[in-house]
Design a protein around this ligand. Structure first.
Ligand code: NOJ
Length: 765
């Protein structure tokens, strides 16, 4: 009963506000102490209490607060998600302490994906920064604000590699590349969990969605995935592994099936790979309702079957799914599910609670009651400076004809477009507990930057979309998109009249945030027709046209690329988005972002990703040949390649120098280039290193990112950038699923995007 004594002491102290600073304990946060503690606790638990620990519940119409109070009383709930204020969280933890028999603390989770109260750019934008310190700032502040709201778990990072711009959830991930995604995921975990998930201002992460959700067929949401074991191991699994190696305490199981097996029924994935091979010790959590869905997937015949399969396959906690509580008791009593399997799942839940420090202090992430914020969205709780800095680092300059940008803070600027003054859209999807009313729109940002210096004119110009069905889809749960009562022509006329009075047009177009979200796959990834009509009319004025894109996926932008004098990809840039865009447009910040996904010319080219395999008949645009691999009705290759992004200055990359011509065994070799800022202002860029294995027993990708460095150079300055290359960078999964390096020649390519690179060759022996 050792833990009970210290816990009741902790509780009695924690419930006395004056003593809330007391450090409860004294359980050391070591695996050995945890095992002993959890083993002891498990022995005291009834069957129902054990099953209760596996349930993750969200307060809502199905589970009102009173019902949850009752569940807490009976020990029927293990954790809560979607409750985001300290008052509400404290109330539930108080109920655990006062009503439940064993007083096992709840943990509290939320989708903190790109910020909690302060909203940072969407993850795809964060990936465009290629910047470790920016990502870690986002991770630290998100965790701080989440923990300051009493949360101790986040459903992040999402590291689903995706080559599918039709899939709405590419907005939530870090793009098409394995190495970049793995780096981002690792940095997120490190910065959100900090030194320990038990620290007051850390939260535990739950990497998702395991596995390969980003490869859903046709980019259609919740669809199935079918891929070779080699591709899975080589391209899709490493980011999850990187997040786990960084210590992520949780894994969220994907909704999709992989090679016919739904992830929630995949014991190879959740046990053999995750537990046996990768030695994962934390919890696995089902995605929303996933256990029930095993029936619709066609692998379980009824609810009992679904529960048995999920638990035996390694799904520990069940999210918003009453099946575990309804069917597990009987299955265990009848011996269909063994007590050992049940205990194993419960042990993982208790382990993470221990790691969160909840058995030292159930209120570890709540602080003193008197310090609860009166206004959870108080301005003082936001981190605007950091959000602005990260947002401007995430923007990608796609085109800048005759140095249209930066703009001058003088004259008259026409700010036009349905996204120019939309607070809701600039926040992006999954904007956690952030409030749109606190977001700075592009119009507001430009006003802030030009106050007293330039004249700003504004016209909405178009609805995001005039398609009634899509408007209804976007407004299904909230009035997310306001539809103007004027006709499209009236809006365009007003915009054109406004533009004619200006020296330059800044047009903000793209997607509503709800178009790039969960359950928002698109079959057409162009700028919606209402906005295309607006752009055509603006172009016809003959005024310089700066297109500011807001969107959550690569779009097909051939027309906009032709129309624009300058084109800036700003993604959904968050609470400080408008100020950050203004910084870039006026040159107060020199853009440095690089695309984390290739931008196709048109949807029919998808998938178009940079690290594809060679074919026997490669297409050469210089010498076109009918019987080669290409589309005959479009230009081939992406419009903007992976890694691409311009600056207001220019950079030159020298030929590659190798420290040796041969790399042997476990040795190291260094490839370097000298990068010179040849323009007339300071700027940052991202130097990227790709490798290629031209002859192997399996076709290997034409190039694969294996290193990158973001550097800042003053005007005229040069820097030598060095990339170490070792055996690990050359490995691949062969036909027999062995991870090998095959001796021979390798090509190293270094450049400022995936296409324009300098190349050298070395030998591995
Ligand atoms: C379903 C989504 O797939 C998942 O990513 C999210 O974390 C949960 N819902 C909880 O909101």
């Amino acid at each position: 009963m050792k833990w009970m004594c210290s816990l009741s002491l902790a509780v009695s102290l924690a419930l006395q506000p004056a003593l809330a600073d007391v450090k409860f304990g004294p359980h050391p946060l070591t695996p050995e102490a945890r095992d002993a503690y959890v083993t002891d606790l498990l022995q005291q638990m009834t069957l129902d209490e054990k099953i209760g620990q596996l349930r993750l519940i969200s307060v809502g119409p199905d589970n009102p607060k009173e019902a949850i109070r009752d569940m807490i009383h009976k020990g029927q709930v293990g954790a809560i998600f979607n409750t985001v204020t300290r008052q509400d969280i404290r109330a539930m933890q108080d109920q655990v302490m006062s009503l439940s028999r064993l007083k096992i603390p709840l943990f509290f989770a939320f989708d903190v994906i790109h910020g909690q109260r302060t909203i940072f750019p969407i993850p795809l934008a964060l990936a465009s920064s290629w910047d470790e310190s920016a990502i870690k700032t986002v991770g630290r502040i998100s965790a701080y604000e989440a923990a300051d709201d009493g949360l101790n778990m986040t459903w992040a990072p999402m590291v689903d590699v995706s080559r599918e711009p039709r899939w709405g959830r590419v907005s939530e991930g870090f793009g098409e590349d394995t190495y970049l995604t793995a780096s981002m995921g690792r940095w997120m975990v490190e910065s959100m969990q900090g030194d320990s998930a038990a620290d007051r201002y850390s939260v535990m992460t739950s990497v998702k969605h395991f596995a390969a959700y980003g490869a859903v067929e046709g980019g259609k949401e919740y669809n199935s995935v079918d891929m070779s074991p080699q591709r899975l191991a080589q391209d899709y699994l490493p980011p999850y592994k990187a997040a786990l190696d960084a210590g992520s305490g949780g894994v969220m199981v994907a909704l999709n099936s992989l090679n016919g097996v739904p992830a929630s029924a995949d014991s190879w994935l959740l046990k053999t790979l995750l537990r046996d091979d990768w030695k994962f010790k934390g919890i696995t959590i089902s995605d929303h309702g996933a256990i029930k869905e095993l029936i619709k997937h066609g692998v379980a015949k009824d609810p009992q079957d679904a529960v048995r399969i999920a638990l035996q396959s390694g799904v520990n906690m069940s999210m918003s799914d009453e099946y575990y509580s309804q069917y597990l008791p009987d299955l265990v009593k009848r011996g269909v599910v063994s007590r050992a399997d049940l205990d194993d799942a419960v042990r993982h839940v208790l382990n993470v609670k221990y790691d969160m420090g909840l058995f030292n202090d159930p209120y570890s992430h709540l602080g003193a009651k008197e310090s609860d914020p009166a206004d959870t969205n108080a301005e003082s709780r936001l981190h605007r400076l950091e959000a602005r800095d990260v947002a401007r680092k995430s923007m990608v300059l796609l085109k800048n004809r005759q140095q249209t940008l930066p703009l001058k803070k003088s004259g008259t600027i026409a700010v036009i477009g349905p996204l120019a003054d939309s607070q809701r859209d600039i926040m992006g999807s999954w904007s956690a507990a952030g409030r749109a009313q606190q977001a700075v729109t592009l119009l507001q940002g430009l006003k802030n930057a030009t106050a007293g210096k330039a004249t700003l004119l504004y016209a909405k110009g178009a609805n995001v979309t005039d398609h009634k069905g899509i408007q209804d889809f976007l407004n299904l749960y909230e009035q997310a998109v306001k539809v103007d009562s004027r006709t499209p022509q009236q809006m365009i006329d007003e915009a054109v009249a406004t533009a004619k009075q200006a020296d330059v047009i800044v047009a903000a177009v793209g997607e509503a945030q709800g178009m790039a979200h969960e359950a928002s796959s698109r079959s057409d990834i162009t700028v919606p027709p209402s906005q295309q009509a607006l752009l055509a009319a603006l172009k016809a004025t003959g005024k310089p046209l700066v297109i500011v894109l807001m969107n959550g996926r690569p779009l097909a932008l051939v027309k906009e690329d032709q129309q624009a004098d300058a084109l800036l990809e700003t993604w959904f840039s968050g609470t400080e988005g408008g100020n950050a865009i203004a910084d870039v447009l006026f040159g107060d910040y020199n853009p440095s972002g690089k695309l984390p996904m290739s931008f196709p010319r048109e949807v029919g080219q998808i998938p178009v990703y940079y690290n594809h395999l060679p074919t026997g008949r490669p297409y050469n645009p210089e010498k076109p040949n009918k019987y080669t691999s290409h589309y005959f009705d479009t230009a081939n290759g992406p419009l903007y390649p992976f890694g691409y992004g311009l600056s207001y200055t220019s950079f030159k990359v020298s030929p590659v120098t190798l420290s040796a011509k041969t790399l042997t065994g476990n040795g190291k070799l260094e490839a370097s280039v000298t990068v010179t800022n040849t323009g007339d202002r300071e700027g940052a860029t991202v130097v990227q290193m790709y490798l290629n294995d031209p002859v192997a027993t399996l076709s290997r990708p034409v190039q694969e990112l294996k290193g990158f460095q973001r550097i800042m150079l003053k005007k005229g300055e040069s820097q030598t950038v060095r990339f170490p290359i070792d055996r690990a960078a050359l490995t691949f999964w062969n036909a027999r699923m062995q991870q090998v390096v095959e001796p021979g020649e390798f090509n190293v390519m270094i450049g400022l995007d995936a296409v324009r690179t300098e190349q050298a060759t070395f030998t591995y022996r």
